[in-house]
Write a new protein. Structure first.
Length: 270
């Protein structure tokens, strides 16, 4: 049976998660918070949510604070989610191919990469479209735990259902023996994808610029001021004329003048 959390303690976690990640936890998320933190409390020998909050907020255990953020941030994704965006990527990358060179690779950022399925889907598209032309992908997420999972490029076979059948033998290795029932993304793709932990509220200055940014299905967790801050900060990393792709349930209209709509959930840097 899960420990209960009172309204006062829940509000403290709400404030902490908003401060650290810009995510608003609604009151309906109480069971989610309890379910995700209960095992961690037990592992640390903590008997109440109030005591665990003291542990992660006192400032002398950054690792435990990160562990709590990892548990509370949602990481739902799958290969080739929202296929029309990948159709767009084929067209855009194909048009850019003649201008690419060693000093001008085609760069894509998966800005809410979660466990890596989006970034590796992008990699398959670029391998098909650009071949040996220079291209690279950056995948970022606020959760260090989930970034490590993405780097492993190792998934249960049931996750493969979104991958086009023709791509499976070209870009995935089928597990055998102890690894039966799993797949591994081939090294030639893994070598083109870099993952790092990154908070969208505090973007590093060494990201470089990108032709296309996938910022999908993350803005729904932010309030309006945070959405505006994130979109403008991300847009600053897009090359002039480049594109920002949002989730189909997300709209950037009225958030910023840095990008303008060109299609369903497709925005061009003005």
């Amino acid at each position: 049976m899960l420990l209960a959390i009172n309204d006062r303690d829940f509000s403290r976690y709400q404030a902490l998660l908003y401060q650290q990640a810009g995510i608003r936890l609604s009151a309906e998320k109480k069971p989610l918070l309890c379910g995700r933190l209960a095992k961690r409390l037990k592992e640390r020998g903590v008997t109440s949510y109030a005591d665990y909050f003291t542990l992660i907020s006192r400032g002398d255990d950054a690792g435990e604070l990160q562990a709590a953020i990892d548990l509370l941030t949602t990481n739902e994704t799958y290969f080739f989610r929202e296929p029309k965006h990948f159709d767009f990527l084929v067209r855009h990358a194909g048009a850019a191919k003649p201008a690419l060179g060693a000093s001008r690779p085609y760069r894509v950022w998966s800005a809410a990469a979660s466990s890596g399925e989006e970034a590796y889907s992008i990699a398959m598209i670029l391998a098909e479209t650009l071949g040996e032309a220079p291209w690279e992908i950056l995948g970022t997420d606020i959760s260090s735990r989930i970034v490590e999972r993405a780097r492993s490029a190792h998934y249960p076979m049931e996750r493969a259902k979104g991958i086009p059948q023709a791509y499976l033998p070209r870009y995935c290795l089928k597990g055998t023996g102890a690894q039966e029932g799993t797949l591994l993304i081939q090294r030639r793709l893994r070598d083109r994808v870099a993952f790092r932990r990154l908070n969208l509220l505090d973007l590093a200055h060494d990201l470089g610029s990108f032709d296309v940014v996938f910022l999908r299905n993350v803005l729904i967790y932010f309030d309006l001021p945070t959405k505006r801050q994130v979109v403008e900060s991300v847009a600053a990393r897009i090359k002039p004329g480049g594109y920002l792709l949002a989730g189909h349930s997300e709209s950037l209209n009225g958030l910023t003048g840095a990008v303008s709509a060109e299609g369903p959930a497709i925005y061009r840097k003005t």
